[in-house]
Ligand binder design. Sequence first.
Ligand code: FRU
Length: 281
Amino acid sequence: MIGVSQANLGEPWRVSMNREIQEEANKHKNARVIFTDAAQSSQKQIRDVERLMKQGIDLLIISPNEAKPLTPIVQETYRKIPVIVLDREIENSNYTMFIGADNQLIGRKAGQFVSQLLGARGGKVVEIGGLLGSTPAKDRSDGFRAELAKHENIHIVGTITADWLRDKAEDLMKEQLRKWPNVDVVFAQNDPMALGASRAASALGRKGIKFIGIDGLSGQWGGIQLVGRKVLEATFIYPTGGKEAVQYAFSILNHEANLPKRVTLDSIKVTQENVSEYLSQ
Ligand code: FRU
């Protein structure tokens, strides 16, 4: 029995991760998966893990809402059963395996894309960040800022923290955009926040701002469609790792030798140039 402790099922990317997990688990006879949803509360996520343990799971897959508060429970669980940490890190490596993409690298690639978009003239950028205590928020920002720091004429004029949430990004952007009269590009750390920001800009009649996001989900309102409809200039496909997590879960439970401690998943940049390849998939 596998327990999956999810950070927040209110976010479409996580619904997609759970679907992938279930689909992969369906390939294994007798596999049972129990899902919990912390609804973006780290305290609830701790209790979720405790409850899964009481139910007698053999392995835990966890995507931690925030690093610090979840570190002790992951460590405690790892003393008893194998633990796979997915997508977001904790504060140490007391777990069996980490699976996820390189968020600093994605941030750097987003920065490179912004500098290409702005060209020699440079311009003004706003960054919209995810939940501060979650590691991708810091890593994406660090990579993005390190890249932009190479360009003297690109300025980050504002930062918003919208906790990964579309509506929060929309509300905060409506409040704050007035302070920044000449924004050229908005880099949001995920597609829902990029969509929220673009809605805010439209509502305020602010034209010409380019929006970039991360996740690249397919399906209606997914990042791929948004790039296809030119709502976003680009997105980065951020694989959920759900399938890999289940595959490795079985390798771990079968005591296979030489399993990696860290599995790094690739991310793909999707822009107006290559979006048609992904729209048809
Ligand atoms: C969903 C999400 C994704 C983002 C990831 C980062 O909760 O916010 O949109 O890419 O988490 O951990």
